[in-house]
Design a binder for this molecule. Structure first.
Ligand SMILES: Cc1cc2nc3c(=O)[nH]c(=O)nc-3n(C[C@H](O)[C@H](O)[C@H](O)COP(=O)(O)O)c2cc1C
Length: 202
């Protein structure tokens, strides 16, 4: 599944994820002190949607954020063609596209049947690495089930919104680390470019 899985930034088709599949995905989180929440709850989705829109507005008001995002868009990491990546870089860097981005983020979020959140009891670097490992295992198994994922980091990048995300959890004292959405969809036409195998083998 390593060669199949990629982040899917598009609209999902809204088909529900079967409960048995959700339970298999939940089983990918085995580390003590790390919690994985996967929820189809519509009321949580509406609250997260509000957080996404607010976080996009706050982040896009910051020129340094726009410059950094523009750099990555220019590299094609969001699955755009070469031309759209270059145009996107210029647009994001020089224009505040907060409301256009929020609109797209809201549409794709609301199209997702399930939202996920990986949270932790402590906020150590080592724990954060393990969060990434949980997400790797989960998204690889999801790919095997024909399910795509997309991280939604803006809601944990803005401190005041991250605090509100924490309150959505059954255990609000946990640190929210990695929010994402998942669901069924057609594959994206382009995805983040891969390195050659030779470059990453010792
Ligand atoms: C920690 C982390 C946070 C991310 N946050 C976002 C995000 O907020 N929005 C988004 O569209 N993609 C996000 N991504 C996904 C990237 O768009 C994409 O996954 C990355 O460039 C690698 O591409 P791949 O998943 O197709 O291998 C995130 C990825 C990681 C690892």
């Amino acid at each position: 599944m390593i060669v199949v899985r990629h982040t899917n930034h598009g609209e999902y088709d809204g088909r529900p994820v079967p409960a048995a599949v959700l339970n298999r995905l939940r089983g990918r989180c085995v580390e003590p002190g790390i919690t994985l929440l996967l929820t189809p709850d519509e009321s949580i989705k509406r609250k997260v949607d509000e957080f996404v829109v607010r976080a996009d507005a706050i982040e896009f008001a910051d020129p340094a954020f726009r410059q950094e995002l523009g750099h990555w868009i220019g590299q094609g990491v969001f699955g755009t063609s070469w031309l759209m990546s270059k145009i996107g870089k210029l647009a994001v860097t020089h224009i505040n596209m907060g409301s256009a981005t929020a609109k797209k983020d809201s549409t794709v979020l609301m199209s997702s049947p399930v939202l996920g959140l990986i949270s932790t009891e402590n906020n150590e670097r080592e724990t954060q690495i393990k969060v990434g490992q949980v997400y790797q295992r989960l998204s690889l198994l999801a790919a095997a089930e024909g399910i795509w994922c997309q991280p939604m980091s803006q809601i944990v990048q803005v401190e005041e919104i991250k605090a509100e995300v924490a309150k959505l959890q059954p255990q609000p004292a946990l640190f929210p680390q990695h929010p994402f959405r998942l669901g069924f969809a057609a594959p994206e036409k382009h995805h983040t470019p891969r390195r050659d195998m030779q470059d990453v083998l010792v």
